[in-house]
Design a protein around this ligand. Structure first.
Ligand code: ZN
Ligand code: ZN
Length: 267
């Protein structure tokens, strides 16, 4: 839903409409609603998956499409993207390494070391709330225009170009997928557990992405990267500008969200 702007007429007691000289309320910065929306053209929006995903408790591998819990920074994929834009990496940023949810991508990963081999890294796509930034308007351009994909339920499902459904539906609103796979050496703590109504994590229940959605996701990741590279070639300093804005936005949001507290509390 788009925010509706209301013009306020000012009237005084004992006064019928006085077409005033008073300044009118024009564009107050609108805070987009965080209520999840639906895409009428999407069958998964129409009929969300409600059945549980019961993983095999004796599986040797975390399967492609399963959602795991991994210790990794949200900046890791972004650094790789900038590296592709031929920008030198910035020194490591202080940031939370999770654990956060991630989708196992491209190859299954053994759960236990096989023989004497050390555990291989995990190829994964990270999920994040970006400290509860629910609106893409508040994300830096690199994420908003290229690499942030809404995960249903999400307030931008209706308006975005591509959104993702998890089986069963994800249990937190307004989560973003960072559409750039990384190979992470971060610790993996098994699958992301489904939480029941009493708030208890269910060891045997977790989440996965269907095969069709996985294919769409691969295509989307490639498209978004190509789009960004193309733009970097067209617009001088685009990569550098994206990086500068990313740095500033990601560090400032904490202050911003404190200032926005009165609106952000209404959940
Ligand atoms: Zn949908
Ligand atoms: Zn917010």
């Amino acid at each position: 839903m788009r925010a509706v702007q209301i013009d306020k007429c000012v009237s005084m007691p004992g006064d019928t409409l006085r077409p005033t000289m008073l300044p009118r309320w024009t564009s107050r910065p609108s805070v987009p609603s965080k209520t999840p929306t639906r895409d009428p053209a999407c069958s998964s929006c129409e009929t969300p998956v409600t059945s549980w995903y019961k993983h095999n408790p004796f599986a040797s591998h975390l399967l492609v499409g399963e959602i795991i819990s991994i210790n990794e920074s949200v900046h890791a994929p972004i650094d790789l993207i900038f590296a592709q834009g031929r920008l030198a990496l910035r020194p490591a940023r202080a940031s939370s390494k999770g654990p956060r949810p991630a989708i196992v991508f491209e190859r299954a990963r053994p759960i236990h070391p096989i023989g004497q081999q050390p555990l291989p890294p995990t190829t994964a796509l990270l999920l994040t709330t970006y400290k509860k930034i629910h609106s893409s308007k508040l994300l830096p351009a690199l994420l908003k225009d290229y690499f942030a994909v809404p995960v249903s339920p999400h307030c931008e499902v209706e308006t975005c170009e591509f959104h993702l459904h998890v089986h069963p539906e994800w249990q937190e609103d307004n989560v973003w997928l960072i559409a750039y796979p990384i190979t992470s050496f971060g610790a993996v703590h098994g699958r992301w557990s489904y939480v029941n109504r009493r708030g208890e994590a269910q060891k045997d229940l977790s989440f996965k992405i269907g095969d069709k959605a996985l294919t769409m996701l691969s295509i989307t990741c490639n498209e978004r990267m190509q789009r960004w590279i193309r733009r970097c070639k067209e617009v001088q300093n685009h990569a550098q500008r994206c990086m500068d804005v990313y740095e500033v936005r990601m560090q400032l949001h904490r202050i911003n969200s404190v200032l926005r507290l009165p609106t952000d509390i209404q959940r």
